[in-house]
Design a protein around this ligand. Structure first.
Ligand SMILES: [Ca+2]
Length: 518
């Protein structure tokens, strides 16, 4: 089925960016690409993407057919004008997956055939970022389409107010007639406050959803990622031909299991994956880059965790390989989902969106974790796969700045609903359709989480520069990303950049006011 929305755009070829579409593209791997030159493709493992499809399951009454839901007057406006049938939507959120951990993003080692498959037939965003780099706050931003400064969730115990919850994308979809479900690490608020009764199906688990290693009903080992795969299948089997659905899946992987000395705990089935590969050491893992950091960063939580994960070559290899194996486990579940959608005859009308809630240091700058405004921490993967798209709109690569706060307005608009005005992100639909919209050319970043050894930050990212300030330490950073991709030379005190610094400060202040809505 080709949606009329896409058919109209295809007829208007001048809307398609001829310079940008890249089919099957592999984009430059940054920054580790520069360090991986010594590795040939032959060195990479060539394991089959064992798409562990679930055992044969009985067919249900789910049909793939044009449906309309009872939408609000606002939503009817868009839905009618575009002639859109309401699609099903599966939103896949990984936990701590950095942008360069997909093979299609140029990483020559990691195996992500199913993520790559979504990109090959969808739209791959190569400059996707989060506006705040920590689980709870970023998830709240994803659900609400708002900056932390507006939604106010900057710890692990605060939930949305009832009014704010009603304005998150899943509940707005439910009000418009969608069947909604949640699987995995919801991550916003305490488990006792979860909105279980406001979802049609709730498989959300509290806290960090530990442990990874569990047992099935027969007492056999089963990894948490595969259990989520079972729950997704159960949700899909409960659909009916009366309602479109939206399923929000929140993987725990590849997040560490904090209390466990092993930290990264992949499925035992993938223990030999990447066994014969040597992961290249990041350029900024050289101790001189850590030593150049101010003391408050050298003594931060990020350094404590670095000691656990990356402080010896052996730890580095084991940690990164297990991090990659955890991502591979998610990839296998994506294969399961696609097989199940096909079996249920839902695949032609189910959009799949994949992204991460924040980036992750793999030893860069001598650090671990996320939180700070370096690229490793704030940059994430993003793929939008819409099976209704015409051929010309498949395999597109877009390099615009897109943000976690864009997810909610995008999902709503894909469903034919108008995003509410309090959402601060922007629907990605103009980019999905290959158009050349006027788009943001910079963005504001904030990290306000309360922690004794994780400093709070604000930052501005432009195509060329990164300006960052550590709020409680009167410390600023300025990086020229054109000449210093790895953020190694802080130019904030360089007289030659004084005017640039002042200009970026003012712009950061302005975007901060906009984030606050003042
Ligand atoms: Ca996270």
């Amino acid at each position: 089925m080709t949606n009329i929305f896409y058919r109209r755009l295809e007829m208007d070829d001048k809307n398609i960016e001829s310079s940008n579409p890249v089919r099957n593209s592999r984009v430059a791997w940054q920054p580790q690409a520069q360090l991986a030159d010594g590795l040939s493709r032959r060195q990479f493992l060539n394991l089959t993407a064992a798409s562990a499809a679930a055992a044969l399951l009985p067919s249900t009454g789910c049909q793939n057919q044009t449906r309309r839901v009872a939408a609000s007057s606002e939503s009817r406006k868009i839905g009618t004008s575009l002639g859109m049938a309401q699609p099903n939507i599966i939103f896949l959120l990984t936990d701590d997956q950095r942008w360069d951990t997909l093979n299609c993003m140029g990483n020559p080692i990691i195996q992500t055939p199913n993520m790559d498959g979504l990109a090959k037939n969808g739209v791959l965003f190569t400059n996707a970022f989060v506006t705040t780099s920590i689980c709870a706050s970023s998830r709240a931003s994803i659900l609400s389409g708002q900056y932390v400064r507006r939604h106010g969730i900057n710890n692990f115990s605060t939930s949305f107010s009832q009014d704010a919850l009603a304005q998150t994308y899943p509940l707005l979809l439910r009000s418009a007639g969608y069947r909604i479900g949640c699987v995995g690490k919801h991550g916003v608020g305490r488990g006792s406050d979860f909105p279980v009764d406001q979802y049609d199906v709730w498989f959300g688990c509290p806290g960090q959803c530990s442990p990874y290693e569990r047992k099935d009903k027969d007492g056999n080992y089963k990894h948490l990622t595969q259990i989520f795969g079972d729950q997704i299948t159960e949700f899909l089997h409960g659909c009916s031909n009366e309602k479109p659905f939206c399923l929000s899946v929140n993987f725990k992987a590849p997040h560490v299991q904090d209390s466990d000395p092993r930290q990264f705990i992949p499925d035992r089935a993938y223990k030999d994956l990447y066994k014969d590969v040597t992961i290249p050491t990041p350029k900024t893992a050289d101790p001189r880059y850590f030593e150049a950091l101010p003391e408050f960063l050298r003594t931060s939580e990020a350094r404590r965790r670095w000691n656990i994960r990356f402080s010896t070559p052996e730890k580095f290899q084991e940690s990164v390989k297990n991090y990659y194996r955890l991502i591979y486990g998610v990839d296998v579940v994506i294969g399961r989902i696609r097989a199940e959608l096909k079996r249920l005859n839902l695949s032609d009308n189910t959009i799949i969106i994949l992204t991460g809630d924040n980036g992750f240091y793999l030893g860069e700058h001598g650090l671990a974790g996320k939180w700070f405004p370096h690229e490793e921490s704030i940059r994430v993967p993003l793929v939008v796969y819409d099976p209704r798209a015409t051929k010309k709109l498949r395999g597109l690569t877009r390099d615009h700045f897109v943000l976690n706060i864009d997810i909610a307005p995008t999902i709503l608009q894909l469903a034919g609903l108008n995003p509410p005005p309090q959402m601060q992100g922007r629907s990605l639909i103009p980019l999905l359709t290959g158009r050349r919209p006027k788009w943001r050319t910079d963005f504001f970043y904030e990290h306000l989480f309360e922690h004794g050894t994780i400093p709070k930050t604000e930052a501005l990212r432009t195509p060329r520069f990164k300006y960052a300030r550590y709020i409680d330490f009167d410390y600023e950073e300025l990086y020229d990303l054109e000449s210093d991709l790895h953020e190694t030379q802080n130019l904030a005190k360089d007289e030659k950049y004084r005017r640039t610094l002042n200009s970026l400060r003012k712009r950061c202040d302005k975007l901060l006011r906009e984030a606050k809505g003042t």
